[in-house]
Design a protein around this ligand. Sequence first.
Ligand code: BJW
Length: 244
Amino acid sequence: MTDRRLSAARNALSTSRRIAVFSGAGLSAESGIATFRGNDGDALWSRFNPMELASAAGFEENPARVIDWYNWRRSKLANAQPNAAHVALAKRPRLVQITQNVDDLLERAGVAASAVLHLHGTIGKDRCNGSCGHEETVDLASAPPLRPCPRCGAYLRPAVVWFGEGLRQDVWNEAQRLCSQLDCLLVVGTSATVYPAAGLIEQAEAAGSKIISINTEPSASFGAEHLELVGPASVLLPQLLEGL
Ligand code: BJW
């Protein structure tokens, strides 16, 4: 069954010219980075309250708690390595990378930083929580505690997108532009529950793109042109992309 689906998916890819990858936390799960909503008991939102840790209100209430939590995640990421799924993607530079992930494992696997659209920002940077626009790179292995912005004195915060916040307009516009003109969208390791990002799948499908999904769990149907592969990304992606 999986073999038949895999060859159908390979066929769909080989007959596609414009291909993008839309990835989520499952892509980095096998690098030891926790997902948000998985069933394994390790998922972040089963252990922590997202409104305390990933919202502007949570930061206002207790900024040090938020920074400490992000620094704990940063130290885990500092010790992580790209897995076979990241490496398989990096070997195919013609694939456009649109990711919800805030980690840099695609880049560390060899994808050019300029070629990855990070819809939800990057954990490797801090930005001013005020409006001065200051941004700085953070050393993942030894990220500093809560501190003021050197330019305006407001607190610095991780350069990620929290609940209730808009996505960076230029990044979002580019993702939408790409997804409106695809032959195939490869959806990897996402629960596709967080909007507006998940809406890219619907947008691609409505514009006539084939959808191939890879997930350890069966997913919702993404339309008539959806080919679903169930299993770990580190196994299925290298198999799917072989020879592409
Ligand atoms: C594997 C695997 C393996 C595991 N191989 N697979 C419409 C309806 C209802 C609500 C909303 C709506 N539109 C907007 C909202 C509100 C909200 C939202 O979507 N809420 C839903 C949860 C209901 N959206 C927002 O707030 C967004 N902003 C917004 O809408 O702004 C507009 C606005 C502006 C101003 C005022 C009002 C509105 C922003 C969303 C930001 C999300 N931020 C986070 C945190 C980022 C920073 C951080 O990392 O700390 O982004 S939350 C978290 O979820 C993170 C992820 O990028 C995102 C998506 O998660 P993802 O990647 O799908 O991971 P999981 O864990 O959910 O799934 C992993 C999958 O992998 C699973 O399916 C596994 O089975 C699979 N898997 N191992 C293959 N080895």
